[in-house]
Ligand binder design. Structure first.
Ligand code: PLP
Length: 368
């Protein structure tokens, strides 16, 4: 990206998404970094071996780092990034974490606790007073996810970060749901930002990728070394696809968010829906079906445009009942369906979803 502009006004995130992570503007340079397939590089330089770096990963890291306000590292998956962060804490360390959040992150914490590696203190992350009360001098790491998957609870990042730093704890924020366009945790004080780049950053349901971002000059080399030691490196094609995805992140999020807002409003008025969970921003809407878990399962099989599938953040709208997974938190309703709203036409999405829900009203009435 041309950084030598005479006016140093910061670029808007949309412009960063399009212009960062490019080769220099020089004759015969390609506009995009190519896919560099390399296990080894000619010796004597920075990279040497393919596990320590790759120009295709670095293009992705450049864009994401600029969007989040730090330096980014790409990982083989979101969960590889999760284990890298959890690996940082000392033996027996105390970790404060949400009682409901992405099940894979909570499963890793529970697994490490079972094996005596750390202890956890679980809190309702939206209850700021409860979170602050849980932060004492014993805490080494505060695990935050906001909005949470799939309850869409929102944490007060600034107050949590301030208190955590007072007691000497690090804060990691899983920013997968908000994306750097809707929330920048580093600005709020977070030490590390985590992404499942599998979701919005890539955006087309064709990539598994994770990322960590930090503005802490001491933490960055530590995280980088962990990636190299653990070998949790991204695939080159995946990093390239994710960079291509980032180019339209602002367009996709803007459209999907507008769709989600409108759908949340309509869902709120539908008699088959007992509760709509929507934090007022973002592209995920969770609903709790009035007729319970069976109706929720039925809904996910009755839609035509909306695809019954796990995961989220793609251009296509998907839905699933989260408690169909054994590992999902008990704090998530059995009747909750998570809707990942895509970028299709909102009237088409509503026609499909509304019709499927209308069918469920009859199920409720039939039962009296
Ligand atoms: C999907 C997800 C993860 C895990 O990422 P993978 O890329 O699937 O390994 C972590 N956090 C959140 C919030 C997620 O939704």
């Amino acid at each position: 990206m041309a950084d030598d502009r005479p006016d140093a006004r910061p670029l808007s995130p949309s412009t960063v998404a399009v212009t960062a992570g490019r080769p220099r503007h020089e004759a015969d340079q390609p506009l995009n970094h190519p896919i560099t397939m390399a296990s080894t590089f000619v010796g004597g330089g920075e990279r040497e071996y393919g596990r320590s770096g790759n120009p295709t990963w670095e293009a992705f890291e450049d864009v994401l780092g600029r969007l989040e306000g730090g330096r980014a590292l790409a990982f083989s998956s979101g969960l590889a990034a999760v284990s890298t962060v959890l690996d940082l804490v000392g033996q027996g360390a105390l970790v404060v974490a949400p009682d409901a959040a992405y099940q894979g992150s909570l499963a890793q914490i529970a697994d490490l606790e079972l094996r005596g590696r750390l202890t956890s203190r679980l809190v309702d992350i939206a209850d700021t007073d409860a979170v602050l009360a849980a932060l004492d001098e014993d805490v080494a790491l505060v695990w935050v996810e906001s909005p949470t998957n799939p309850n869409l609870d929102v944490a007060d990042l600034e107050r949590i970060c301030t208190r955590a730093h007072e007691v000497g704890a690090y804060v990691v924020v899983d920013n997968t749901f908000a994306t750097p366009l809707l929330q920048q945790p580093i600005t709020a004080g977070a030490d590390i930002v985590l992404h499942s780049a599998t979701k919005y950053l890539s955006g087309h349901s064709d990539v598994l990728l994770g990322a960590l971002v930090t503005a802490d000059e001491q933490l960055y080399p530590v995280l980088r070394q962990r990636r190299e030691l653990q070998g949790s490196t991204p695939g080159t094609l995946e990093a390239w696809l994710a960079t291509r995805g980032l180019r339209t992140l602002h367009l996709r999020v803007e459209r999907a968010q507008a769709n989600a807002m409108e759908l949340a409003r309509r869902l709120d008025e539908h008699p088959a829906v007992a509760r709509v969970r929507y934090p007022g921003f973002g592209c995920i809407v969770s609903i709790e079906l009035a007729a319970g878990p069976l109706a929720a399962d039925l809904l996910t099989r009755k839609t035509r445009l909306w695809v019954f599938a796990t995961s989220l953040g793609g251009v296509e709208s998907t839905l699933e009942r989260r408690r169909r997974w054994k590992g999902e938190s008990q704090h998530v309703s059995e009747a909750l369906v998570r809707l990942s709203v895509g970028v299709e036409d909102v009237e088409d999405l509503w026609a499909d979803l509304g019709a499927a829900l209308d069918g469920l009203v009859e199920v409720v009435t039939d039962r009296g």
